[in-house]
Design a protein around this ligand. Structure first.
Ligand code: ATP
Ligand code: MG
Length: 283
């Protein structure tokens, strides 16, 4: 039996619930309950605020958890990172008022910086040999310079829209984050076995996201050239067609390369190209 901590509500909650569901783990959504038992996997879900997840896992209140690496880095709790999950991507960056001239990281010497990530920032400044005044504030960090509370901020950025709205400019990207599966450093043998299963399911899902399954009819003589276009494939599936000299080729293509590859395959004479969503890829 594993107990997994996930965010009760907020930016990571929906993706966590979807990941569990895709992994065949069905739990009631949080709403009023703090803990929910899955019906089809030996797992119990504990719904927490994301700030509390690293500590809960370090203390063993939860055996594993899903949380942003930004929180893991900031809390400095003794947890192990099991795998990255490919969602909740963001960075923690230093930003300054738009119209101030930036000379490089030395600009921050002696400045006042507002942040919710004082430990990550202290670590970064120590590395760079910079001495600055770090003001920890819990929220609305981005308004601190405008109200005279700080000269700059160190905050989470994803699109950068919030910075622009507040007249700020990102000058240093310090920490790149995404959601990760973390674990208590010493789990029982039985829990480790359950964790292996969970890892296997999550990896299959994470790897198959962004992939497409592509089927096409191809003149058999073009097969070698078509296979050469798919460097990642160990051995594509090839089926004979009733029509002499033609075959059916099945390949998995990353979504960002899809159109480019499809155009190349068409140029080779591929016909009847079907692009299907790939639900899962089990290695
Ligand atoms: P909680 O109530 O659980 O403490 P929160 O308000 O601290 O929630 P959210 O805003 O829901 O946190 O963000 C949760 C996590 O989502 C962040 O810690 C970060 O890892 C990730 N994230 C991704 N993009 C963004 C973004 N644009 N702003 C903030 N967090 C982001
Ligand atoms: Mg939080």
């Amino acid at each position: 039996m594993l107990r997994i901590a996930i965010q009760a509500k907020g930016r990571l909650n929906e993706d966590c619930m979807a990941l569990l569901k895709d992994a065949g783990i069905n739990v009631a959504a949080s709403k009023r309950k703090l803990v929910a038992r899955a019906t089809d996997f030996p797992i119990e879900v504990l719904y927490l605020r994301d700030d509390d997840i690293p500590q809960a896992v370090a203390m063993g209140v939860a055996d594993v958890g899903i949380v942003g690496l930004n929180e893991v880095a900031e809390r400095g709790e003794a947890v192990s990172e099991v795998m990255r999950l490919g969602f909740g991507g963001c960075r923690i960056s230093l930003a300054i008022p738009r119209d101030v001239t930036y000379t490089g990281v030395e600009w921050f010497e002696g400045k006042r910086i507002a942040t919710s990530y004082p430990n990550v920032l202290k670590h970064y400044f120590a590395e760079k040999g910079i001495h600055a005044h770090i003001h920890e504030i819990a929220g609305s960090v981005e308004i601190a310079p405008a109200v005279g509370m700080a000269d700059a901020i160190f905050d989470i950025v994803s699109s950068g829209g919030t910075l622009v709205q507040n007249g700020l400019r990102e000058v240093e990207q310090v920490f790149h984050s995404e959601a990760a599966l973390i674990a208590h450093p010493s789990l029982s043998a039985e829990q480790l076995a359950d964790l292996e299963k969970l890892k296997f399911r999550f990896s299959s899902i994470v790897e198959s996201r962004g992939m497409k399954y592509v089927l096409m009819n191809l003149p058999a003589e073009k097969l070698d050239e078509a296979v050469a276009l798919m460097p990642g494939m160990r051995s594509p599936t090839v089926l004979p067609l009733a029509a002499e000299g033609w075959c059916s080729l099945h390949v998995v293509i990353p979504e960002q390369e899809l159109w480019e590859k499809v155009e190349q395959l068409k140029a080779l004479g591929a016909e009847g190209i079907l692009v299907l969503a790939l639900e899962n890829m089990i290695r």
